[in-house]
Ligand binder design. Sequence first.
Ligand SMILES: C[S@@+](CC[C@H](N)C(=O)[O-])C[C@H]1O[C@@H](n2cnc3c(N)ncnc32)[C@H](O)[C@@H]1O
Length: 289
Amino acid sequence: MKHSFDITDNEFELLKGLIYNQTGICLDDCKKAFLASRLKKRLASLHLNSFREYYNYLIGHPRGQKEMMQMISLITTGKTEFFREEEHFKFLTTNVFPYFLKRTIANQRRPELYIWSAGCSTGEEAYSLAMVTNDFFNVYPYWQIEILATDIDIEALNKAKAGIYTEKEISSLPLTYRKRYFHKIEPQKFKANDTLRRLITFKYLNLSTAPFYFGRKFDVIFCRNVIIYLHPEIKKKIIQGFYTTLADDGFLFLGHSESLLSLDRGLFSLVTPSIYQKASLGISSNARL
Ligand SMILES: C[S@@+](CC[C@H](N)C(=O)[O-])C[C@H]1O[C@@H](n2cnc3c(N)ncnc32)[C@H](O)[C@@H]1O
């Protein structure tokens, strides 16, 4: 039988609704051709004849949930690179880390730093965080550092966990980091050293299921170039979730083209464009950064 891989308006609406419910990702009507082209190989491989059949498979077949994960991998945008939006990493080492050091000494708090890379894609952001954190806290070995890195895309997470990158992928990495934190495993492949891997835990997490339940608060959350793809209502829920899961003076980093404008209702104060600090009752503004 001939496969019909054209997507009708009705099929697009069904899949768009399903994707929104599962991920919070908001597909504009202009994404119809994009969706069809990303998913047509799944139809072929499952021997399905239309997007309607694919939709039915996703919601009704015993393997539908597994297929949903594959579909999410295909439709998410995983573009990332090491030290993407580099100023954020500079800001961490010149402002945020010294602030936490000082605060910990002044308030006799436990020397701990918990960072969350929310929407980590294939891991470059989390490894970049691990490199700058390790460099900075190397001389304070009693500090406990942990980085949680999460994403909804299982395939991206598998790559992140493996920590193996091609020559091209690590080309944005300054040579000094490359030499100290990666080793060659094949002619064109480099693997992150255990020093970095020990700091990071990669996990599946769908941000649209906020609020989040962690056994701890985070000092820093990086959620960059993620909420831009999500529906405004889901964004609000996630920002509220970040507020609850951040420590009282914790920092939230968004992508350069993102902002909390009209989303946060005074939960955060703007430190510098795209970087926010939690606005907590009981912490005076001169005790902040
Ligand atoms: C463009 S990448 C950003 C990667 C990295 N943060 C950066 O800025 O380089 C966006 C990531 O957000 C993830 N994502 C999209 N919707 C998500 C959701 N509902 N929950 C968790 N991750 C999501 C995608 O799978 C993708 O890996």
